[in-house]
Ligand binder design. Structure first.
Ligand SMILES: NC(=O)c1ccc[n+]([C@@H]2O[C@H](COP(=O)([O-])OP(=O)(O)OC[C@H]3O[C@@H](n4cnc5c(N)ncnc54)[C@H](O)[C@@H]3O)[C@@H](O)[C@H]2O)c1
Length: 249
């Protein structure tokens, strides 16, 4: 597949899980990929795996904390300096700090908003500045089904992930006339380090809600990101695609 031949992509939170699968999937489709993560060593390790499979200059790992405007701008600058353009941004970095509202601390509330929403704004702002001038680009934001239905113990995460949808639609309207599309993906239960610590009874309860009867492999989210990143979705902007195995349809 060469859906992204000659394109340059930046994926945040790409050292593991959905972000890593996405970086690999975009590279398989021909893109060069900046693998950005708060853990710079793991980001480079993920980039090394991509480079071992493709040409040596296919991926570059970089320590990027999406909460920082300086880091967000440096990540975009690194991609442009390395490969001359920026065609795809995948805002994937995210964290959970679950607690019922009764026990929710301000720290847990702010931590989730800073990574999931503020980080998305900062990286999008920096990336869109390049894409606007180019007259083209695709930005894909990772929300969650938690932002559609609200999940117990996740008032912070559900609110932030619902915020991702509002952010996506507003940015889509602002950037459309410059040829830049902005869409979102709402995964359901995905088999990643984020969910590997779930208590078994809670995991079974969640699985029972999934018509397809299983968690997603991260690559099954990555291929939908690829669709939105590529020209296959050239007439889509401001859309929210659910990748949930039918859960909460
Ligand atoms: N796993 C699921 O079931 C699921 C479901 C719906 C949505 N999501 C969303 O998908 C995205 C990826 O989730 P995942 O399951 O792969 O998570 P994960 O915890 O496996 O990976 C997240 C990555 O983000 C990085 N990261 C954390 N804070 C960062 C920061 N400040 N700056 C840069 N990188 C940072 C981590 O180092 C890690 O590599 C998140 O936005 C998450 O909310 C996940």
């Amino acid at each position: 597949m060469s859906l992204l031949a000659g394109k340059v992509a930046l994926v945040t939170g790409a050292a593991q899980g959905i972000g890593r699968a996405t970086a690999e999937c975009l590279a398989d489709a021909g893109a060069r990929v900046l693998v950005a993560d708060i853990d710079g060593e793991e980001a480079q390790a993920a980039a090394d795996v991509i480079n071992a499979k493709h040409a040596a200059d296919t991926a570059l790992g970089l320590a990027v904390d999406v909460r920082s405007q300086v880091d967000a701008e440096a990540a975009v600058g690194a991609a442009v300096e390395q490969w001359g353009s920026l065609d795809v941004v995948v805002n994937n970095a995210g964290i959970t700090r679950d607690a019922t509202l009764r026990h929710m601390t301000l720290e847990a509330w702010q931590a989730v908003f800073e990574v999931n929403l503020q980080g998305m704004m900062l990286v999008t702002q920096a990336g869109a500045a390049v894409m606007r001038e180019q007259g083209s680009g695709s930005i894909v934001n990772i929300s969650s089904i938690s932002g559609k239905v609200g999940l117990v113990g996740q008032t912070n995460y559900s609110a932030a992930k619902a915020g991702v949808v509002g952010f996506t639609k507003a940015a889509a309207k602002e950037l459309a006339h410059r040829g830049v599309r902005v869409n979102a993906v709402q995964p359901g239960l995905v088999d990643t380090p984020m969910t590997s610590g779930l208590r078994n009874d809670i995991l079974q309860q969640k699985l029972a809600e999934v018509p397809l009867g299983r968690a997603a492999d991260p690559r099954e989210v990555a291929t939908v990101v690829l669709f939105l990143a590529s020209d296959l979705s050239s007439y889509m902007t401001g859309a929210v695609l659910e990748v949930t195995g039918g859960r909460f349809m």
